[in-house]
Design a protein around this ligand. Structure first.
Ligand SMILES: [Zn+2]
Length: 98
């Protein structure tokens, strides 16, 4: 995951969702809270390593079907549905219904 996307406005919202979801261990959620409060730039190199790993294991880089960037507000859903954006998930559900 490119850290440039950490600057997108709904990134902090996703971090809060991650903490609430119970997916993170104690150290990961502590560092994630720090990023919400102070930003990624405030982390030490060691903390960045933990945070980067957490992000890599809790995000989908791009949609499996259309290859678009998954918006942060859809990321948690994409993790659960196999890596699809909302649009593709919707389209696939529609196809299954027919
Ligand atoms: Zn898609």
């Amino acid at each position: 995951m490119d850290s440039i996307r950490f600057n997108e406005e709904d990134f902090n919202g996703y971090l809060e969702q991650l903490i609430e979801s119970g997916r993170l261990d104690l150290m990961q959620s502590g560092i994630t809270k720090l990023v919400i409060d102070k930003g990624y730039d405030a982390l030490s190199p060691k903390q960045r390593k933990v945070f980067d790993y957490m992000i890599d294991t809790n995000t989908v880089e791009s949609c499996e079907r259309c290859a678009c960037d998954i918006p942060w507000c859809e990321m948690l859903e994409a993790l659960d549905n196999g890596g699809y954006c909302n649009y593709c998930q919707h389209m696939m559900e529609k196809l299954e219904d027919e």
